[in-house]
Design a protein around this ligand. Structure first.
Ligand SMILES: [Fe+2]
Ligand SMILES: [Fe+2]
Length: 396
């Protein structure tokens, strides 16, 4: 069996940004790694200003969702007290006895390696891959240190990475000001804003408590989708002069029961007489919006009819749906984690121009596709399309 080649990306990742992800992906390719372990540190006792580990972990999992080759690693995050890299590496060595490790570091860390506890042993436990760009040290200084560590038995190689300059401070400042942060996943930004991290001012007071519950009820992928829909619905609402907080709230909760087993949705729907439509009762893809609206009301405590309506109609649509319903419906179809499908780019552009036209186009292609395949579609979808075509916005 070949030895696995494993990259390790450590640090506080506070928050993880494109600079980290870029380096991890670059190393995967350049060093032909099987995987990069994303290894956030725990709560360091000497650094009380670092965001709690639970949030750094969740933001990291949002940023890594759907990125092949990156694997989340809890090795340090669950440990208490001061954590030394040498202990982490010894523990990883036990878990992966035949692996070849490549610890990914920046140039400044290379210069500080000599201060790490038992660094001679660290050099025997892992190789290092260094991004050799530094504003503090010259290449000569880096080379000299690399040569010195090599003489001690270290294996230190440079990664010839294209430059991507990301300042964690600039990222945090952008989050605090509510402006889109450059080089940051929009899902991470949405998450940070909802929890009021890095000085952000939460817009929806209940949203952090909602998100704790949504997080526990959904898969990581679906959780990322919910944040993507919330951020996109907010953006569309602002573009089209709608209530952005309501759109965002509906986006956060629209799929709150999506990961429930169908039987559980059916039981709740029947016990509470939510629908007697057998086609909807038989399909989790439609039923989750009916039950989701009920759960948003009774469990999450949402009373705003506009939010509840957007959750209720986000699957089939309905004749007479509001423009806020449309913004959430479209956000569901175009949010950033959506895998590419024919017409997605066009739909994204059209949604910025006209909600009505965008939703009409999307429903039209869905119906064409379904009919071509000889499948059936719920009458509500066809009714919604026919109604949309009567609107002035959809006239040629
Ligand atoms: Fe949904
Ligand atoms: Fe959804």
């Amino acid at each position: 069996m070949n030895r696995r080649r494993i990259g390790i990306m450590g640090g506080t990742l506070d928050p993880v940004h494109d600079g980290h992800l870029h380096m991890a992906r670059y190393a995967l390719d350049a060093l032909q790694l099987d995987v990069v372990l994303m290894l956030p540190s725990g709560n360091p006792p000497h650094k009380p200003d670092i965001i709690p580990a639970v949030h750094r972990w969740r933001m990291l999992s949002l940023a890594c969702t759907g990125v092949p080759g990156l694997e989340m690693c809890r090795e340090e995050i669950d440990r208490q007290g001061v954590i030394f890299t040498v202990d982490t590496l010894a523990s990883l060595r036990e878990k992966y006895p035949r692996a070849e490790f490549f610890y990914l570091i920046g140039a400044d860390t290379l210069m500080e390696l000599k201060k790490w506890r038992e660094y001679g042993r660290v050099l025997r436990l892992t190789k290092f891959a260094v991004c050799p760009r530094s504003t503090r040290y010259t290449l000569e200084e880096l080379d000299a240190e690399r040569d010195r560590l090599t003489l001690l038995g270290g294996d230190i190689r440079y990664l010839d990475m294209p430059a991507i300059d990301v300042s964690s401070t600039a990222v945090r400042e952008a989050i605090a000001s509510g402006k889109p942060a450059p080089h940051l996943s929009p899902l991470v930004q949405e998450y940070a804003e909802i929890y009021g991290l890095y000085g952000a001012v939460p817009r929806i007071p209940e949203a952090a408590a909602w998100l704790d519950r949504v997080h526990d009820d959904l898969t990581v992928k679906r959780f990322a989708h919910a944040l993507g829909v919330a951020a996109t619905a907010r953006r569309l609402a602002l573009l089209h002069g709608l209530d952005a907080d309501r759109a965002e709230a509906a986006g956060l909760l629209h799929d709150c029961v999506k990961c429930w087993p169908l039987e559980r949705m059916q039981r709740v729907a029947r016990e509470n007489a939510l629908t007697d439509d057998e086609a909807i009762l038989a399909s989790g893809a439609m039923l989750h919006s009916v039950v989701g609206e009920y759960v948003a009301r009774t469990v999450y405590g949402v009373t705003d009819p506009a939010i509840l309506s957007a959750i209720r109609w986000h699957t089939t649509g309905t004749p007479g749906m509001t423009r806020l319903d449309m913004a959430v419906w479209l956000a569901d179809a175009i949010e950033p984690t959506r895998e590419d499908y024919p017409g997605l780019a066009e739909l994204r552009s059209l949604a910025e121009v006209s909600l009505e036209k965008a939703i009409e186009k999307s429903l039209d292609s869905t119906l064409r596709y379904v009919r071509q395949k000889g499948l059936s579609v719920h009458p509500a979808t066809a009714d919604t399309l026919a109604w949309l075509r009567t609107l002035p916005a959809c006239q040629p």
